[in-house]
Design a protein around this ligand. Structure first.
Ligand code: PMP
Length: 455
């Protein structure tokens, strides 16, 4: 703790706030960063220190931390109608307009939208929708959910069960019936001598085998992030979605694209499924949906699932599900503005314009003898640290290499995220070239410092 005075902001945070997803020994030693406000892509702490947030908050503050149009949209809607629900056949006008807009900008010709407060709840909602409609259609045994190892779909009991991370075992998760297939990460998972095409084909065979073993008639759906985010920014192997989508279709298993991170421009197209050229049956959206200015998630159903869910609901007269703040009018007004800002104020274009430089810089840093691989798509990228490059051997976990790199970045006024042995960058869409130079310059200095310490 830099200032162990219990009355310091850091001490007060430590005393009364429970940290999630935080390395407690590190934070006891270093103290939390307590943020008062933001300027563009920067956050400013209680001591006046400025940090370039290379993670856009949690991937979501894509328009920066002080976009005037977004705060104006929020204020105007608070003045007009500050809160409502979407139960009992009532909903706000903003909700109606946002649903129209989401279907319009989705890859679907037709569809319907259901709102939640978060990405986790949107995934939970989608699972309940699948369980509900299969049961209504006379297949109540179709309950198993397929995802991938290393996937991140959220933290509620169901979405954490979908998440393919070992840490969930501390909660006794996953629940039964949540199956995790191989992560489509060729560099890590490919076998000696196996080409990328062979690797992808092997994952296709694995999917066929799992479906044959479990029985297609027991499987409710398959969820995938187009690029795995919290798994460490892992783009799929070449041809992955073209391989798995037809297999799922053949067995009548809906493919759900979890676009909580990739949605609204992160990979260069509006949706990750457009970047990777596949057509899902539904899309899960959150984060960029409101540019982080309001907690909100959405399930966007394509035409087939939408019709089937409608029919299932009509049969028992309702779909018994919803959150108090589903379709909150302020959230919807902000989302309408955020979509406009991202798509029409040059943000999506800036992602495309900055991507070549972003990739070139990642590739340059990956020449370092202790960077095994760089990965990325659009403005999401990662560098994976290795103790030995030719054998891809990771550093000893006790060295906490990626955490040390992130701390060395923080000390220079740069926020980036350690994930496993990778450092993840996911800058806001408003980033300038000069800010990108600042980001990579500070990261490079941190890499040099930490690798010199640990080797
Ligand atoms: N899905 C994906 C792909 C995510 O990245 C996240 C959050 N990082 C979630 C779901 C969960 O969203 P939330 O934290 O809003 O519950």
């Amino acid at each position: 703790m830099p200032d162990d005075n219990i009355n310091s902001w850091e001490g007060r945070a430590d005393a009364r706030s429970f940290y999630g997803f935080t390395d407690l020994p590190t934070i006891h030693e270093r103290g939390a960063v307590i943020v008062t406000h933001g300027e563009g892509p920067y956050i400013i702490d209680v001591h006046g220190n400025r940090y370039l947030d290379a993670n856009s908050g949690l991937w979501n503050m894509v328009a920066g931390f002080d976009h005037p149009g977004l705060t104006e949209a929020a204020k105007a809607q608070y003045d007009r109608f500050p809160g409502y629900h979407a139960f009992f056949g009532r909903m706000s006008d903003q909700t109606v307009m946002l649903s129209e807009k989401l279907v319009e900008v989705s890859p679907f010709a037709e569809g319907k939208v259901f709102y939640t407060n978060s990405g986790s709840e949107a995934n939970d909602t989608m699972v309940k929708m699948l369980w509900f409609l299969w049961a209504a259609e006379g297949q109540p045994q179709r309950r198993k959910i397929l995802t991938r190892k290393n996937a991140y779909h959220g933290v509620t009991a169901v979405s954490a069960s979908m998440t393919g991370k070992p840490y969930n075992s501390v909660f006794g998760l996953p629940l039964d019936g949540f199956l995790h297939l191989t992560c489509p990460h060729y560099w890590r998972e490919g076998r000696d001598g196996e080409t990328e095409a062979e690797f992808t084909a092997r994952l296709g065979r694995e999917l066929e085998e799992v479906i044959a073993r479990e029985g297609a008639e027991t499987i409710a759906g398959f969820f995938a992030e187009p690029v795995m985010g919290a798994g460490g920014v892992i783009p799929p192997s070449e041809g992955y979605f073209q391989t798995i989508a037809p297999i799922l279709k053949k067995h009548g298993i809906p493919l759900i694209s979890d676009e909580v991170i990739t949605g609204f421009g992160r990979t260069g197209e509006t949706w990750g499924c457009e970047t990777y050229d596949f057509m899902p049956d539904a899309i899960i959206s959150s984060k960029n949906l409101t540019a982080g200015f309001f907690p909100m998630g959405a399930v966007i159903l394509g035409p087939e699932l939408s019709d089937r869910l409608q029919a299932a609901s009509e049969a028992i007269e309702e779909f018994p599900h919803g959150f108090t703040a589903s379709g909150h009018p302020v959230g919807c007004a902000i989302a309408l503005k955020a979509i406009d800002v991202i798509m029409n104020e040059g943000l999506a274009e800036n992602v495309r314009a900055l991507t070549p430089k972003f990739e070139a810089e990642l590739a340059r840093l990956a020449e370092h003898p202790h960077i095994g691989e760089w990965r990325g798509k659009g403005l999401m990228g990662a560098l994976e640290a290795v103790a030995d490059k030719p054998t891809k051997t990771p550093f000893d976990g006790s060295l906490s290499v990626s955490e040390r790199i992130a701390n060395a970045c923080t000390d220079q006024g740069l926020i980036c995220r350690p994930l496993g042995q990778s450092i993840v960058l996911c800058p806001p869409f408003i980033m300038t070239e000069a800010q990108m130079d600042e980001m990579f310059g500070k990261l490079e200095a941190a890499l040099d410092k930490v690798f010199a310490e640990v080797t």
